[in-house]
Design a binder for this molecule. Sequence first.
Ligand code: GLN
Ligand code: ZN
Length: 757
Amino acid sequence: MITTTIGYPYIGENREWKRLVEKFWKQAISEDTLQAEWKKLRITHLKKQQKLGLTQVTSGDFTMYDRMLDLAFLFNLIPSRYRSLEDVPSLTTYYAMARGTTDTVACEMTKWFNTNYHYIVPEYEGAKLKLNHNHYVDWFLEAKEAVDIDVKPTLIGPMTFSQLTKGYRDKELAHYLLELLPLYAQVLQQLVDVGAEWIQLEEPILTTALSEEDCRLAEVIYTQLVEAVPQAKVMLTTYFEALTDFERITNLPVAGIGLDLIHGKKENLAALRQHGFPPQKTLALGVVNGRDIWASNLQEVAQDVQAVQTLVSPQAIWLQPSCSLQHCPVTVANETTLFDTLKDALAFSDEKLGELVEVSGYIESGEWPTPTAVSASMKRIEALKNHASRQNESVSTALAKLEEKDFKRTVPFTERLALQQQALHLPLFPTTTIGSFPQSKEVRSWRAAWRRGDLDDSAYEAKLDAETLRWIALQEEIDLDVLVHGEFERTDMVEYFGEKLAGFAFTKFAWVVSYGSRCVKPPIIYGDVDWLAPMTVKETVFAQQHTDKWMKGMLTGPVTILNWSFVRNDLPRDVVAAQIALALRKEIHALEEAGIRIIQVDEPALREGLPLRQDNWQAYLNWAIDAFKLATSSVDTTTQIHTHMCYCEFNDFIDPITALDADVISLETSRSHGELIHSLKENPYPYGIGLGVYDIHSPRVPSADEMTTILEESLAVIPANHFWVNPDCGLKTRQEPETVASLKHMVEAAKALRKKT
Ligand code: GLN
Ligand code: ZN
């Protein structure tokens, strides 16, 4: 039985990959050094996997920035705006596509299926494709030399790659494929020529909703590819969900099929039972979770494999994680600050590979290779399960007692609006910001000094207070209507709350890539989430005491906290979301008690949590919306609840947003105003709404006139008494001068509009 991976994390135990590429961007190292150091890193990773006991490693799971971009570059899918940069495209062009230059915008980036990873969207402009330098061959040869086990090159497959490319219309797809497929075939042939036997093609798209036409397309693509390179043994691997059309996909003319037995377990098992599996094919089973951080129950994993063995008799069975381990941190070994019961129940990439090796040993011989390790692991999972942090009775009692009324505000919005307007006395078209002000060098240096112990708590807090006061004065000078304290005490909108709530833990090295070289270190929700003490009251009240204008309370919403964390796997996600919501409900109550009348609960990750298949959306939305409502609905009628989302593709999301019953929403829309206004015309939004009138992602200062135009257009589709004016996201990453200048123009535009109406 082969044990393998779909892919191993490329970033390194200490984010070496990221550090190297960032040094290269800063021109602190040469390209030769970059390539040489990267090669060392790849070889270290390969040797480590061999040592862990895998019988096959994967090459081509590495990237220079993003694996979709690697392929686009290989096929010379280089949009014309980058072509003038160089005659022979090199890393300069590659990184221009990834990150843009001063004169050319970067390629679009978007979410990789239902993960928090973002890939670069390939652009097809109709120009002739050709093959550039084939790194996959280099990576394969170097891996062959580094280890003495099988090496399987991997590439994102042609179906997924072509479907995620933009720039062609439906009828041009055939033309695009006609060019693309021979190049894929050529790459495969080059790999075969240097000795590759198995080649993995990753096709996650086959787990999304497929039309009849898509299935036919997959058949055409794979028939052609396999005919063109008959010596290649193609392992067509799928992940993130069960196969949508199991029978047709498993019967494609490839040598092996990979299935996700974690996220698509029930459906894939049912399909194996119903349709069987071609006996001449190899079946790769994703049996340990490639996207979480928890140790597997090895007995259960072994049972799953045995269950498959009783159903079908493929040529061979391989064991692998459910998806590429790039979504999982590298190793638990370096975590020194977690408490033992938690640490013992974790498994990151390296530990997960160890699990595969145990299970394969057991399946082959009927005995665990290291029985003591297996029973110890089972005990440790049990120990965390029974840990006091998971038995918080006050939380479970509070959840059990919830009634329908706890999710509902007592008065409907139409009546609330009038009462709030009476209580708050805001002008027409009130102006506000999304929460954070620039986290300047000084702010960051204070935090660093405080973390080092060079500043004590009170000295640190005094500096933050002074910064808040400075920004209150600035906001008053700008003449904003609803002020914020600036969030100077927060580095991250989830971490800040996680550190103050029960049930969260923080690792030192559990980084995963979010996009390019940007990594995130999600907190771990391991226990029952509980509110311990006020988290934001001190800062908000301090700020409110220093202004006569309204100070907005700022919280991160329950769904965003959940979606940006690694979540315990012994409870359904909806229950964890409800626990977080209950904790936030207490915080909101505390803010209200302290006199805060406007409270914003940010949910930028609400949309991100949508399941891969649209038929599962509603189930998710039901509990996600409930969590938001549970957190926010206990407030007084005159307390105004705001929410904020970044890109949410309003068009097909208006119903869920409406269901939140938030008094005001602010949206990040400055880049897609036309679309939004159009969709508001078709589906009027019944609550208060602030359309981001300027793009905070750019240092450009828009003029007041420019913003007035946007405001006037928006006013045509939004009732005047629902209308708010704000930038389109938090201002944390901006510089002070451009922030102040832009906000002044924004307020000027709002005032001009008031005069006209
Ligand atoms: N309140 C947060 C801020 O202003 C919101 C950030 C976000 O939407 N991602 O920074
Ligand atoms: Zn935002």
